[in-house]
Design a protein around this ligand. Structure first.
Ligand code: NAD
Length: 357
């Protein structure tokens, strides 16, 4: 049966890069039905709300969601703030779809190796940061000011259930990779981290086909620069993951090439997820055919790997991206001397042709 994919192109360069991701998915031959819906500023303009009910309903009914990007200067001053694209669309979408596992791969593309701030082979990395997305200090209550505003309180809370479900996703993903998890915490100081370590240790005993190590977050930040090739899957809580995933992604040299997935519990035997590039709507280059579609295309590859269990086709897309770059074509953001400048659509065409073989 065909997979149902909700396509939320959004604002700015969102529609341009999403169109190329859909093109590449079609080229794989995987049977998919694509259904478009409005989100972000585009939805606000048309329907008066950045996340209309019909968009949310479509997502709930789909096997996976492909998102472009939302937001832009035109929407920055909307009041109340709940009607702004990021606050009114992205956060409720993640909450409503229960997307608690954020997966951010950081893989250096060989043709762009020189862009890494780490010199030579050391900058060649292939790791995944698995970040818990709906708990921890970003969500814990109370969160307040006391003492006439002179004292601030945030609360970090994790339950065993929240740790178990993200750790389970990490074990699943490690099995599709090199079978090694580095669980990152601050167990020498924080109670939530001690629970985190207890739960992951217990799960490691039941999942012995995957090697598990524990690392303190400060050491992990250091090791990511000293020896990034050590890592396969980094499993961590919300705030540590926020910081470490940005650090890891910069080792690859370019934010504009990075895909991401946010996963929920399996639905009808399939892992439900939302797939989107890490970058935003880039209003400065929107509508000019200058956007790099690779992050969106690699997000589509993640969809095949994680939601549709088709690692082979995902690898095919990733190889096609490498081949297209090896042929010397570049969009403006990664242009270098001796390469050939192409548009968003030309880059998408070049990758889709190679996928179709
Ligand atoms: P941005 O990622 O949109 O852009 C940062 C810079 O990178 C810009 O110079 C842009 O031209 C460039 N860039 C980004 N993606 C590119 C691509 N695919 N190809 C070539 N160049 C690319 O970040 P920003 O400027 O801070 O934010 C712009 C808008 O996007 C804001 O409204 C912000 O809130 C929103 N945003 C949305 C998301 C999302 O939808 N998930 C994420 C981040 C930012």
């Amino acid at each position: 049966m065909a997979f149902k994919i909700a396509v939320l192109a959004g604002d700015g360069i969102g529609p341009e890069v999403t169109a190329e991701a859909v093109k590449v998915l079609r080229a794989t031959g995987v049977e998919c039905n694509f259904e478009d819906a409005l989100i972000g500023g585009a939805a606000y303009d048309a329907k008066g709300h950045p996340l209309p009910k019909e968009t949310l309903d479509l997502c709930k009914d789909a096997d996976a969601v492909l998102l472009g990007a939302v937001g832009g200067p035109k929407y920055d001053a909307i009041q109340p703030i709940e009607l702004r694209p990021e606050v009114g669309a992205l956060l409720p979408l993640r909450r409503e779809l229960n997307l608690y596992a954020n997966v951010r791969p950081a893989k250096t593309l060989k043709a762009l190796m020189m862009a890494s701030p780490l010199k030579g082979e050391r900058g060649l990395i292939d790791l995944v940061v698995m970040r818990e997305l709906t708990g921890g200090i970003y969500f814990g209550q109370p969160r307040e000011r006391r003492d006439n505003g002179n004292t601030a309180v945030d609360t970090c809370i994790y339950s065993k259930m929240e740790i178990e479900r993200i750790a389970k996703r990490a074990f699943d993903i490690a099995r599709q990779r090199r079978r090694m998890i580095t669980s990152v915490d601050k167990a020498n100081v924080l109670e939530t981290s001690r629970l985190w370590r207890e739960v992951v240790t217990a799960m490691a005993a039941d999942n012995q086909d995957v090697k598990v190590e524990h690392m303190l977050v400060d050491n992990c930040a250091m090791q990511l620069v000293r020896d990034p090739q050590h890592f396969d899957v980094i499993l961590t809580e919300n705030m540590f993951g926020d910081i470490l995933s940005d650090e890891a992604s910069m080792i690859t040299g370019s934010l504009g090439l990075l895909p991401s997935a946010s996963l929920s519990d399996p639905k009808n035997g399939k892992v439900f997820g939302l797939y989107e590039p890490v970058h935003g709507s880039a209003p400065d280059i929107a509508g000019q055919g200058r956007a790099n579609p690779i992050a969106a295309i690699l997000s589509a590859a993640m969809m095949l790997r994680y939601s549709f269990d088709d690692n082979k086709k995902a690898l095919r897309i990733e190889a096609a991206v490498d081949q297209a770059l090896d042929s010397g074509i570049r969009t403006a953001d990664i242009f270098e001397k001796a390469s050939r400048l192409v548009s968003t659509k030309e880059m998408g065409d070049a990758i889709a042709e190679r996928v179709a073989g």
